[in-house]
Design a binder for this molecule. Structure first.
Ligand SMILES: Nc1ncnc2c1ncn2[C@@H]1O[C@H](COP(=O)(O)OP(=O)(O)O)[C@@H](O)[C@H]1O
Ligand SMILES: [Mg+2]
Length: 384
């Protein structure tokens, strides 16, 4: 057998959704699972349980894999450096990954590349935040540089008084990142993939809608986006991937800022398949999970064209329905064109447990496609 073995650190839904792509291509996908019951485990043949913060555990897992990649960005850099010293093929490499692990490192890198950042500063005290607010205006956005996700680790401060209330964050971490509160028209996602040899491809730039800091809906391509903004955003993401040496899939989260050249600012980077790229699973010639596997194996990348004029992805979070399958008959009957992706997770309020994709037909408008996706997602969430 000459098919490659891919080791994925982390057993969440992203690792789980790599499995069908691996099966289709004949690859052997293995997961280093945080616990026996994480949702990627039933999707693969081998899923040892272990702590990704333990170097010996990582070493043991990496033995016999052709490439090591990730479901999340939390593996410590020094462990990845040690694995590379052992001869393990780690993709993406830690010097690229650090830009997705640490928002201060990322802001400095974006600045170095001459790409558009919001006003930002590293702050080590409440007085530093107050000074930033006086210079750039209130409100400001305070962020934990490391460890945040789904809006946890992001705080809007309306005034110097709020800054005082943020003092407890400095006990957890210092310095923190402070940013101007960007007056954006919407959020965009520029999704790309790059191989170690340097081939790269971008998917059409999408619009993403967050609710309470959590990605709720994605529309691809971003409706009515000016062609020059879409091109510049995709070019910026490709440049980031190339210059930082990113491998695999990378999402650049952007703020669209009409009237403020070049029409967008960089928010943050993710170096793995991303929620804003789930639309590609059914809506693009090559989905992000297949592309990630191809990229980390240094294989030629697939075409990224959208398969419909509009593709809508809608997440469903845990709600009233505790038995998701009991709602499938009604959900699938409501919209035969919808594709359902369930993550095999137990239902807890507000927990991301699945998404649906809708590929709009030629004469469907954005509103109709969004309504179709929402109808199905709500039936599954509510059970009716
Ligand atoms: N500087 C900012 N100005 C306005 N809104 C922001 C700013 N930074 C973040 N946000 C909002 O908060 C959300 C979460 O922030 P982000 O830095 O992406 O953190 P996370 O790592 O939790 O995704 C963003 O998607 C956006 O809606
Ligand atoms: Mg984000």
């Amino acid at each position: 057998m000459t098919f490659p073995v891919i080791g994925v650190v982390g057993g969440g839904q992203l690792a789980r959704m790599m499995a069908p792509a691996a099966v289709a291509l004949g690859f052997d996908l293995r997961i280093l699972a945080e616990a026996p019951d994480v949702c990627a485990v039933p999707a693969v043949a081998q899923a040892p349980v272990g702590d990704y913060k333990n170097l010996e555990t990582l070493r043991e897992f990496a033995r016999g894999v052709d490439v090591l990649t990730f479901d999340h960005e939390h593996v410590p850099s020094e462990h990845l450096q040690a694995l590379i010293a052992d001869g393990v093929n780690v993709q993406p490499r830690p010097d690229a990954l650090i830009n997705a692990q640490d928002k201060l490192v990322m802001r400095a890198a974006i600045e170095r590349l001459g790409l558009p950042n919001p006003a930002w500063a590293a702050v080590a005290s409440v007085a530093d935040i107050a000074a930033f607010g006086e210079t750039h205006g209130w409100p400001v956005v305070l962020k934990m540089p490391r460890g945040g996700y789904d809006g946890k680790g992001v705080k809007v401060l309306r005034s110097a008084d709020d800054a005082t209330a943020a003092a407890d964050w400095f006990e957890a971490m210092s310095p923190l990142l402070v940013e101007e509160m960007v007056d954006f028209s919407r959020e965009l996602s520029a999704l790309v993939a790059r191989t170690p040899s340097g081939e790269s491809r971008a998917w059409p730039v999408a619009e993403s809608i967050q609710v309470d800091g959590v990605c709720d809906e994605v529309i691809a391509p971003a409706p009515n986006i000016p062609a020059e903004v879409a091109e510049a955003a995709a070019a910026a993401a490709l440049r980031i991937a190339n210059e930082l040496g990113v491998t695999g899939v990378m999402a650049a989260e952007l703020f669209e800022t009409p009237g403020r050249a070049p029409g967008f600012l960089v928010n943050e980077l993710a170096m793995r398949p991303h929620n804003t790229g789930h639309w590609t699973m059914d809506g693009a010639l090559t989905g992000q999970f297949e592309q990630h596997l191809r990229a980390v194996l240094d294989l030629p990348l697939g075409a990224t064209d959208a398969l419909g004029s509009i593709v809508v992805m809608k997440n469903f979070l845990g709600g009233a329905n505790l038995d998701l399958f009991s709602a499938y008959a009604a959900a699938l009957a409501a919209e035969p064109t919808v594709k359902v992706h369930s993550y095999g997770k137990s239902v807890r309020p507000g927990r991301k447990i699945g998404h649906v994709n809708v590929i709009a037909s030629k004469n469907d408008d954005v509103t109709a496609a969004r309504a179709r996706a929402t109808t199905v997602a709500n039936i599954i969430r509510d059970g009716k």
